[in-house]
Design a binder for this molecule. Structure first.
Ligand SMILES: *Cc1c(COP(=O)(O)O)cnc(C)c1O
Ligand code: SF4
Length: 380
């Protein structure tokens, strides 16, 4: 997402529920110097580290590691709960690399696009509709409303929120114009009407940004509205918030999950086994006990998880926490993030290694997104 500090905090100012839910997960013990206080997820958002310099200082690293110019386009945003899982003094920490803006981002790479997955093409903003040349008109037979994308049959993706609880440097959404996304009860209405009218849709994917940056009150309203549409059988939540701020799994969220008629599926986004600590495990367990299915999608990232050892550790940690590795994505070549790319041949080798060693259900599908294709495309 392309965010500003103001945007990230917009939810806190206007729409935060009066009662701040204390998370079900107790709080992480920091490996770093700054002690963590037990806080609500909203307070954790407010207390997040917002510059590379601050992040380096916090981890005892030279501040010159941070690249200020990379932050003007896409600011650093990293909650302390996430930072506490990084190794103090390690400039190569796989979690740090995911959030610290580096000078590599400033190099123009002709391979990088600003809309690698065709989201801008699949999206209608107000009066003007723009479609990429390779966009399949058959797939777009369903009218796409502002904030509602449809690339694939049966399922639509609702851009529920513009904010995220962490800024991932490799994110293909860093250039998406989230400021223009319709938000809240009034903003979502057009999308809800379109979903209600189209009986070919049986699954709604709440995405963003990150849908769990929305308050429980608003989320509960949205899930109730979707449950009132009889042809909706599944509600999928694509989120990285429980990864970085596990106390986002509030009693309120668990109530939403356990009351939903439509099956609820959480597609989490863990890239490295170090992202899962006992607090995160507690949050995952609570989501599962409330009746949801838990899946994971990871992105293959150079120097983060591009080895058999790291992928094996990630997949095993996930299945041990009863989260099924669903997708391993080949990176979308987005401007400013191409230095994270890993060769197809290398990733294919890694996944073949996983297949030799792990139970079948612990091996994710290796895919890439190609604009205009009827599904994610297997990499083989
Ligand atoms: C990835 C994606 C989906 C979900 O695809 P699945 O293969 O069902 O996980 C749906 N809609 C859009 C726009 C997507 O990008
Ligand atoms: S949380 Fe997801 S959408 Fe947000 S920056 Fe990270 S990868 Fe991108």
């Amino acid at each position: 997402m392309k965010g500003h500090k103001g945007q990230i905090l917009a939810a806190n100012a206007s729409s935060v529920e009066a009662t701040l839910n204390r998370g079900i997960a107790s709080l992480p013990q920091p490996s770093t110097t700054k002690p963590l206080q037990p806080v609500s997820w909203q307070q954790a958002m407010k207390a997040a580290i917002r510059s590379g310099r601050e992040l380096c200082e916090h981890l005892g690293l030279p501040p010159e590691l941070a690249c200020k110019s990379s932050e003007s386009d896409f600011p650093v945003f990293a909650p302390l709960e996430y930072v506490s899982r990084m190794q103090f003094g390690d400039a190569h920490d796989p979690l740090l690399i995911q959030v610290l803006g580096q000078s590599l981002e400033m190099q123009f790479d002709p391979a990088g696009s600003r809309d690698p997955v065709g989201d801008l093409a699949a999206r209608r903003t107000g009066d003007q509709t723009e479609f990429a040349e390779n966009f399949d008109p058959v797939l777009n037979s369903t009218e796409v409303q502002p904030g509602l994308l449809q690339k694939y049959r049966r399922r639509v993706l609702m851009i529920t929120a513009g904010a995220c609880a962490v800024h991932c440097r490799y994110c293909f959404r860093r250039h998406f114009p989230y400021e223009t996304v319709p938000k809240g009860k009034v903003g979502w209405q057009a999308a809800l009407d379109a979903i209600a009218h189209d009986h070919s849709i049986d699954e709604v994917i709440l995405s963003g940004g990150d849908p769990l940056t929305v308050t429980d009150g608003l989320l509960s309203w949205l899930v109730e509205r979707l449950n009132a549409i009889h042809h909706i059988q599944r509600i999928r939540v694509h989120t990285r918030v429980p990864v970085v701020i596990p106390q986002r799994v509030t009693p309120g969220l668990l109530k939403i999950v356990s009351r939903s008629r439509a099956a609820m599926v959480f597609v989490l986004h863990f890239n490295h086994s170090h992202e899962i600590d006992e607090h995160v495990r507690g949050a995952l367990r609570a989501l599962r006990l409330a009746g949801s299915t838990l899946l994971n999608q990871a992105v293959c990232l150079r120097d983060v998880n591009d080895s058999l050892e790291q992928q094996r550790a990630l997949c095993l940690t996930l299945v041990n926490a009863q989260v099924i590795p669903y997708y391993l994505h080949q990176l979308d070549l987005v401007q400013g993030a191409t230095h994270f790319a890993v060769d197809d041949a290398r990733v294919i080798d890694i996944v073949e290694g996983l297949r030799r060693e792990l139970p079948g259900y612990a091996v994710p599908k290796l895919v890439r997104e190609i604009a205009g294709q009827p599904s994610k495309t297997p990499v083989a």
